[in-house]
Design a protein around this ligand. Sequence first.
Ligand code: SF4
Length: 313
Amino acid sequence: MDKNELIEKINELKKKKNAVILVHSYQRQEVHAVADFIGDSLALAREAAKTDADMIVFCGVDFMAESAKILLPEKKVLLPSEDAKCPMAMMANAESLREMKKKYPEAVVITYINSSAEVKAESDIVCTSANALEIVEFYKDKKIIFTPDKHLGNYCKEVTGADIVLWDGYCYVHDEFSIGDIYIAKHEHPNCVLLVHPESPKDVLDIADFIGSTSQIMRFVDENAGKLDEDEGFIIGTEVEIGKALQKKYPEERIYNLAEHAVCTQMKRTTLEKVYESLMEEETEIFVEESIRIKALKALDAMLELSEKLGSK
Ligand code: SF4
């Protein structure tokens, strides 16, 4: 089947099975074509929480589909590529977190959504890169254990002044951004503003013009497109799909990726063929053990409620 046929078949199956397809922004552009909703982790978690579909096809990585299942246990949640696993999520485990909690019994545990259900279950509240700063700010009078992303945790620590114990995890896609990448990008594209994701190392964040989650970076471009001089533009310091999507949306603008090496190979495992097979065979279904789910749900609900209250975007 060619791509257009696949898109048609996927849309037919989606209707027949009352399914919704949620797609993370780092997915291939071809997968974006069948999305009911495209967004970052916070937006997708919010969307999953309110869907009335019977089936959720989560085009992303394992922890995202797990989060949807935690929020909606009665729905069938499918991950089209069963080996799409986030390496950062694998850098934290419940046992080590329990050990750390024993060391700092007074600490509030804030866990980035890029984590397993077991680690969320050991946490007080979940956060995403879109609301991490506000959530840390909210708890800054207490000691905080922040897991698993050390760069995001450190960024929150620097901005809020909170007393944070960092976990030693990182996203290999953003961790590889370097001053060298910035030097080359700024040299090739002078007069462009540099927008970077807070999963990037501190020295990169220190010289960025804007720091924000995927959706915040996209919003920045939405708000500034058409307002720049002809020789100005945007350098996008996150996964390469975002720069591509923005350039497609704004063909008149000068939009460049900070570095072409910023590719999440796990996110790219999902293809249109896999989405079609997943809907057809109703696989791979995601399950979360109930006692874990209930505890993880508390931490996820705490985030959804607090970010709603704080107006996180
Ligand atoms: S971009 Fe980084 S954090 Fe996101 S899924 Fe890939 S490895 Fe994990």
